[in-house]
Design a binder for this molecule. Structure first.
Ligand code: GUN
Length: 281
């Protein structure tokens, strides 16, 4: 089974569109997402354009603020403070990576936790790891929703998370733990990744190594979620050798068309959730 992230993301956006219409009639206002883009990083420009397009498509307010590569850190921080105080803005996302002269940590910590649609603020990270209500980072949330589409009950499953980043690996393990999975976190220093994977009911690959996960690493019937987006001479490929793995796995996500579309749909969902929290108080 190939997990159709494009279709599942479109369904989620359709649900959000309806929810936003309801919110509009209840509160006479709609959720708003503001994205800040610094510099000219080519992939970031594409991501931001798509975020803006889909935010508009589901009927929310959408704004992109662009700064040149050499923008001063304090200009950026002051803009975030202004957005924190702007009632029309439900969610703020500062696209990463940022130029080296800007302190990423300071930027993330300046965003109000209640408007942190990325779920990167330490308050949200802590709440997620404590099992409390929080914004959940969009990519792991997307992976989680895809997993749940294939398998409702994840309790007791052995999940291997390949990658330990703050963006994906760490928050993903929290979501898997919440579902009562037994979780192994593998990374670049893991001794025998093949053996670790061969024991897994669920594999999430998020390391940025093209076609790393091979067919003979997979237990028959496993579910494999591929977060990788690697540019190669033969085009975009994931961290999973799709042709090999799809012959053994119960279900696998393709690249493109798997996790990618879900990430943006989850960003929109997080924005709606932030709006709801503010308005239901
Ligand atoms: N750059 C790549 N992925 C992400 C993401 O999920 N959020 C932000 N803010 N920047 C990114």
């Amino acid at each position: 089974m190939i997990i159709d992230g494009k279709k599942i993301a479109a369904e989620l956006r359709e649900e959000l569109k309806k929810k936003i219409e309801e919110l509009k009639s209840s509160y006479n206002s709609i959720p708003g997402l503001t994205v800040i883009l610094v510099g000219e990083d080519a992939p970031s420009k594409i991501y931001v354009k798509n975020k803006e397009k889909f935010a508009k498509e589901v009927g929310m307010n959408s704004e992109v603020i662009r700064y040149p590569e050499n923008v001063e850190e304090k200009v950026l921080l002051n803009k975030i403070i202004e957005l924190n105080n702007d009632k029309k803005v439900s969610g703020i996302l500062v696209q990463l990576p940022l130029p080296k002269h800007i302190d990423k940590r300071k930027v993330i910590e300046t965003i109000l936790p209640g408007k942190d649609v990325d779920g990167f603020h330490p308050m949200n990270v802590g709440n997620l790891s404590s099992g409390y209500d929080s914004s959940i980072p969009c990519t792991p949330l997307g992976c989680y929703l895809l997993l749940k589409k294939v398998e409702k009950n994840l309790s007791g499953k052995h999940a291997v998370m390949i990658g330990r980043s703050n963006l994906n690996g760490k928050p993903m393990t929290q979501l898997l733990l919440k579902e009562n999975c037994t979780v192994t976190i593998a990374h670049s220093k893991t001794k025998d990744l093949k053996t670790e994977c061969s024991r897994a009911d669920i594999i999430i690959a998020a390391v940025g190594r093209p076609k790393l996960v091979k067919g003979d690493w997979i237990k028959k019937g496993a579910i494999v979620i591929d977060v990788g987006i690697n540019k190669t001479d033969t085009g975009l490929v994931g961290d999973v050798d799709f042709d090999e793995v799809s012959k053994v796995a119960k279900a696998v996500t393709p690249v493109p068309g798997g996790v990618g579309p879900m990430t943006i749909a989850c960003l929109l969902s997080n924005t709606v959730e932030c709006f709801k929290k503010v308005n239901s108080k």
